[in-house]
Design a protein around this ligand. Structure first.
Ligand SMILES: Cc1ncc(C[n+]2csc(CCOP(=O)(O)OP(=O)(O)O)c2C)c(N)n1
Ligand SMILES: [Mg+2]
Length: 918
């Protein structure tokens, strides 16, 4: 009997020389392991049991065997017998050869295509580095991935489903040369583009280093090169697809989300952190393919262990369908000879570092070090030459094995699938193959190039091969005709990102009337104001359904209970329990078509949802408008890289930084009080960051944002800080809109005389500036204007752009930045106070010069109330007034001694420690 899954295990259990054998059976999708001691084989009772079991399997089949075992295990558990859980299966392919279907494609033509793609990928990187040393690029990642992608491109990756968008593929970032090379072969990319790989600034069509939709918006959809972001985003993409289907915003299709992930990449917590969401949500539209070449950048992923086993256990434990593709078809005849299970056992005991060494050292080494462990193993391969041993294929390089794994994955229902594909890093690169340094290989030696050319039969003359000349066969060559036909059958080119005309009618500002009217004296927070705005927006008949509120378990912090009741929390299973608060007005309502994404405590996951929603306009052709509302401290500094990738993805939407401000969030202390997210937001080119003081300001920004992003199709997204301090919200002053959007407007002019000092305030600190205006006027006879600065970031961007223009056009009349024009005729020093770091207003220093004095919240937060916090950070009204007097004194406009006395009167302690270092 040839080795088969159960038989091999049983035989292994009986082998006398094993001290401990692992008997493994799959039962109800769970794997259990129980250690069996050597003595058992001589134990008559055990023999009888085994015999009886064999009879059950012989008579009733494996299912019956499973039933019996399951019943036994249940009984054992009831009797207190401990059965350790074991999540690994033997180190062989999950799909036995006898269950495989034949390959449906033309193997020869596909091999040819793959070879040409390999060549062009390698040539592209090689020649670019010859021309421009150090320009970089990677050849070994794609070398290991080629078959895994090729089978997908030829047989699985749909570009559309009828009129609906097709499959989404997250590529390993470093495999981009292979993706480009294939697109070049098929005529999707031109030779000129390929020749400008990594030369993006030559005024010619070019290719970006990695997948970047920002740089190649017609080609790439998903930026993946920052390790870990691809897998995480893919999970939430699959979930968001279900959300859109369940809400009947898109049609249900067989669309799959494919994520190609490096085995080293799985070290990233982001890669593995959300696996259980995928199984909990039964995301059978999600397929991970992990390219297990056993290496990362410096060396082996798990030299002393086994990454595939580790991943198998982790994914299976998380409830995924696991398909291992470890060995190519040429191993099948060896497994057929492996009657005792010895080969399988040997494969399972070798550590990854050793597997890598086998590939580097070659056939003779493999014979002596792997098969040489046992004469029976040596005998098994006696008829194979060393070369044949070396060439024994790893599963991920065998189209037959890969096809069968993909087919199973696509047909699998009820849970996500991970394919663990065993590959060789730098496959086909001759001396670079499997070496530790292969990741950094950019150029091949001439010798390796010509060897590559011969091995893959590339019809390029040797001399041209050494230069890395690209090669594309004529359009009517059989391989190109074949490849194009395959793509046509699958709906066309996959690497195509198109943005439809969305016809999104942004609600006019009049629809925000309630927010613009103020709170009629009632003390409310900007957060409350925002929440009621959101509630209104969701009622809008045209765009309401597109709004996607996203919260990481902070809905109550932001007073969003009413929204939960209004539109429900999305729950793919509906609500399977009676919520304890059902008889209350604002009960915890979960629904299959709920609108809110309540993500639980995961800012990274929420950001991934925000990304899926914020790019849905292009990917699903529906203008979803996400509002991701979170604790501002746990935003950019926690998931900043995801925000960067969001911008790269041309993402749209609103990030709402709640409980904002280092002194406005009272009580919570150092870890919670955000005083720098606006600085971090300013680093992202498409992020428009605003720090509004009043609800009407938010309304103006949100209305304009929706129009710009979804109606005018501008590429931008918003960061808006919202606060939890309650105060009366005024009505919008006439004509304030432009200033609100551009970043500044005069909120309250001096009432008692011409101002000799200007006070800038933002967020709730604007109220401190207003109080300072009163103090200055009434106590010290100093007149001040008060300005609301909604965005220093925007003012700076405007000024930088104007300055650049002036620099580049010295003969033209100089233009003036908005901040300068707005201050025409305005006198005196400027005291800018913010709940953020001084760096935020200081962004305007080049244009305001010595006029500008900033008060901000540099330093670690403290637990106390607002009054004490603002005094500590010197941003309260008294500190603002004192700063104004002090500055006027230095300017010779106020008596210095009086200013010093004023400090004391205002309880501003001149000698206390600087909060920036406290
Ligand atoms: C977040 C992040 N950290 C580090 C890197 C640098 N880096 C690029 S490739 C690589 C190794 C990748 O190994 P693996 O995921 O196994 O992919 P392989 O190339 O082996 O297929 C590293 C560390 C990165 N791109 N992103
Ligand atoms: Mg790797």
């Amino acid at each position: 009997m040839p080795f088969s899954y159960c038989a091999g295990v049983q035989d292994a259990c009986l082998a006398a020389e094993f001290e401990v054998a692992l008997a493994t059976y799959e039962i109800d999708k769970r794997i259990i392991e129980f250690p069996v001691t050597a003595e058992v084989d001589s134990d008559e009772e055990v023999s009888e049991w085994l015999e009886a079991f064999d009879e059950v399997v012989d008579g009733g089949g494996t299912n019956r065997g499973c039933d019996l075992l399951a019943a036994l295990i249940e009984r054992a558990r009831q009797s207190g017998v401990e059965i350790p859980l074991q999540l690994n299966t033997p180190y062989v392919n999950t799909i036995p050869a006898e269950e495989e279907v034949p390959y449906p494609g033309d193997r020869q033509l596909e091999r040819r295509l793959k070879s040409l793609t390999r060549w062009n990928a390698m040539a592209m990187v090689h020649r670019q580095n010859k021309k421009d040393p150090g320009i970089g690029g990677h050849i070994s990642t794609y070398s290991s991935l080629a078959t895994l992608l090729e089978v997908g491109f030829n047989h699985f990756f749909h570009a559309r489903y009828g009129n609906e968008p097709g499959d989404f593929v997250y590529f390993q970032g470093h495999s981009s040369p292979g993706v480009y090379a294939r697109a070049f072969l098929l005529g999707r990319l031109t030779e000129q583009e390929v020749k400008n790989f990594r030369h993006e600034l030559r005024g010619e069509p070019s290719l970006s280093s990695y997948p970047h939709p920002w740089l190649m918006p017609d080609f790439w959809r998903f930026p993946t090169v920052s390790m870990g972001l691809g897998p995480l985003n893919a999970i939430y993409q699959a979930r968001f697809m279900r959300y859109l289907e369940n809400r009947e915003i898109i049609k249900k299709t067989p669309r799959k989300i494919w994520a190609f992930v490096g085995d080293g990449e799985t070290d990233e917590p982001e890669s593995m952190g959300s696996l259980t969401l995928a199984s909990r949500e039964k995301l059978d539209n999600l397929i991970f393919v992990i390219n297990c070449n056993l290496q990362r950048l410096d060396g082996p992923v798990r030299g002393n262990g086994n990454i595939i086993k580790e991943l198998e256990a982790a994914f299976r434990g998380a409830g995924w369908n696991v398909i291992k593709v470890l060995w190519g078809s040429d191993w099948d005849k060896l497994f057929a000879r492996d009657r005792s299970g010895l080969l399988v056992k040997r494969l399972g005991e070798v550590v990854d570092g050793e597997y890598q060494t086998y590939k580097v050292k070659g056939g003779a080494y493999i014979r002596s070090h792997f098969f040489g462990k046992d004469p029976e193993l040596l005998e098994m391969v006696a008829d194979l030459s060393d070369e044949e041993l070396h060439r024994l294929t790893r599963g991920g390089h065998d189209p037959q094995k890969v096809y069968n794994a993909y087919k199973r994955a696509v047909e699998h229902e009820g849970s996500p699938t991970v394919i663990l594909a065993h590959t060789v890093k730098g496959y086909g690169l001759g001396s670079a193959e499997a070496r530790n340094a292969t990741h950094q290989e950019k150029k091949l030696a001439d010798q390796s190039l010509t060897a590559f050319r011969s091995r893959f039969s590339i019809p390029v003359p040797e001399i041209a091969a050494k230069e890395g000349r690209l090669y594309r066969p004529p359009d009517d060559s059989p391989e190109i005709v074949y490849a194009r036909q395959r793509r046509e059958d699958l709906g066309g080119f996959l690497l195509k990102r198109e943005v439809p005309d969305l016809k999104f009618p942004a609600p006019p500002l009049s629809e925000f009337a309630e927010s613009l009217a103020g709170s009629k004296g009632r003390a409310v927070s900007t957060t409350m104001g925002f929440v009621s705005m959101l509630r209104q927006l969701m009622k809008n008949p045209q765009v309401g359904k597109y709004i996607v509120p996203i919260i990481p378990d902070e809905g109550r912090t932001f007073g969003m209970e009413s929204i939960i009741r209004q539109v429900g929390i999305y729950a793919s299973a509906g609500q399977l329990y009676t919520p304890h608060d059902q008889d209350m007005l604002l009960y915890y309502r979960e629904e299959k078509n709920g609108q809110i994404l309540e993500e639980g405590i995961t800012e990274a996951g929420s950001m991934a949802s925000f990304t899926a929603a914020g790019t849905a306009y292009a990917n699903y052709r529906v203008p979803m408008v996400p509002f991701f509302t979170y604790y501002s401290m746990f935003g950019f500094q926690r998931v900043g890289d995801m925000a960067w990738a969001f911008a790269d993805s041309r993402g749209k939407g609103f990030m709402m930084g709640g409980t904002a401000g280092r002194t406005t969030l009272s009580g919570e202390g150092l870890q919670h009080q955000d005083g720098h997210s606006h600085i971090l937001a300013s680093t992202i080119p498409t992020c428009r960051a605003y720090d509004p003081a009043y609800v009407y300001e938010i309304a103006v920004i949100v209305q304009d944002g929706m129009k710009r992003m979804y109606q005018d199709m501008e590429n931008r997204f918003y960061y808006i800080t919202i606060y939890n301090e309650d105060y009366a919200m005024p009505e919008i002053p006439p004509g304030a809109e432009e200033g609100i959007l551009r970043g500044i407007y005069k909120y309250k002019a001096s009432e008692h005389g011409k101002a000799t000092v200007q006070l800038f305030g933002s967020g709730p600190i604007l109220n401190e500036a207003l109080r300072a205006q009163e103090i200055l006027a009434h106590k010290y006879g100093v007149h001040a204007d008060v300005w609301s600065v909604t965005s220093y970031n925007e003012l700076r961007r405007d000024a930088l752009a104007i300055e650049r223009w002036n620099r580049l056009h010295p003969t033209e009349t100089e233009k003036r930045p908005y901040i300068e024009t707005i201050l025409d005729g305005v006198e005196g020093p400027i005291i800018a106070a913010t709940d953020y770091m001084k760096m935020v207003p200081d962004q305007l220093s080049p244009w305001l010069g010595r006029r500008l004095i900033t008060l901000g919240t540099d330093g670690f937060g403290r637990s106390d109330n607002r009054e004490y916090l603002r005094r500590h950070f010197e941003v309260n009204a008294e500190s603002i007034a004192a700063a104004a007097l002090s500055r006027l004194a230095r300017d010779g406009k106020f008596d210095p001694a009086h200013a010093q006395r004023a400090l004391a009167e205002l309880h501003v302690d001149s000698e206390k420690i600087d909060p920036a270092i406290a």
